[in-house]
Design a protein around this ligand. Structure first.
Ligand SMILES: Nc1ncnc2c1ncn2[C@@H]1O[C@H](COP(=O)(O)OP(=O)(O)OP(=O)(O)O)[C@@H](O)[C@H]1O
Length: 252
């Protein structure tokens, strides 16, 4: 198990957001975290990345308690793609290279440059290398932020709504990249998703959060009309169209 979470509880002041969260993730798995706005999905990712500290419970990464890892060590194990990213006067190449920071001792090595080029190529970003990040479209910038997390060579990739603001082609491309990289590099990807259809298509496992707890956890079979109704309050059909599982919501 690359990630093992047990009994995690988190509150903002006295408001409990996460209650007794327990689940495990294996290397190479893509896990979608689902739930309504405010369910605590981003809070959960931030606990795994030590941006927030849970009140109770343990989070083990590769059997190491994250509380015993310093930020430097954690950054070698966990890459984080936050919900909001902004560009600046930095080139795409430099922005991605910055992801190597946890590995750099004194100087940037040939290997750092090599990995940066490799990842830029993997995400079809070579032609953008010298563009400033504040001159990119939302989709292009999203890929740069994912590239920056990947050059960290993480064992776990945390992505908070990575398809937000992306057009249809970029949504599919970004999800395919996440899935392909998880499989080829044996990385566990934990992805907060609102689009159930994208989640269904590209994830191996699903965790549905409701009222601070895990309401359901498992494979595709948990994305069924009963659970969708219970978690989102929406009636829906789940059909198989040309081999692709599809959620069709009914008017509320
Ligand atoms: N810094 C904060 N201080 C106090 N409350 C917060 C803070 N950040 C988030 N919250 C609250 O905690 C709850 C969970 O927030 P979180 O961002 O984890 O939800 P989410 O499931 O990711 O939501 P969304 O789908 O809208 O992004 C929300 O009710 C939110 O208002």
């Amino acid at each position: 198990m690359i990630l093992s979470i047990d009994g995690v509880e988190f509150s903002y002041k006295s408001r409990k957001i996460l209650n007794n969260i327990k689940f495990e993730v294996e290397r190479g798995e893509v896990v979608s975290i689902l739930g309504v706005n405010g369910a605590g999905k981003s809070t959960l990712l931030k606990c795994i990345n030590k941006i927030l500290k849970p009140k109770r419970g343990t989070i083990l990464i590769d059997n190491f308690d994250i509380n015993k890892l310093d930020n430097h060590e954690l950054a070698k194990k966990v890459g984080y793609v936050p919900q909001k990213a902004e560009g600046n006067y930095m080139t795409v190449f430099d922005a991605v290279l910055l992801g190597r920071k946890p590995h750099i001792k004194w100087e940037i090595t040939d290997r750092d440059i090599e990995i940066t080029y490799k990842v830029l190529k993997l995400l079809n970003l070579e032609d953008y290398a010298l563009r400033y990040t504040n001159e990119l479209s939302g989709g292009e910038l999203q890929k740069v932020i994912i590239a920056r997390a990947l050059v960290q060579e993480p064992q776990i990739l945390l992505l908070d709504e990575p398809t937000n603001n992306l057009d249809l082609k970029n949504q599919l491309e970004v999800m395919k990249i996440i899935r392909d990289i998880s499989k080829s590099q044996n990385i566990a990807s934990i992805v907060v998703m609102h689009d159930l259809n994208l989640a269904l298509r590209y994830s191996d496992k699903f965790i549905m959060l409701k009222d601070g707890k895990i309401f359901a956890e498992g494979d595709r079979s948990i994305i069924n009309p009963e659970n969708i109704k219970a978690v989102y309050g929406v009636n829906a059909f789940v059909e198989n169209i040309r081999g692709i599982p599809v959620v069709i919501p009914v008017d509320v």
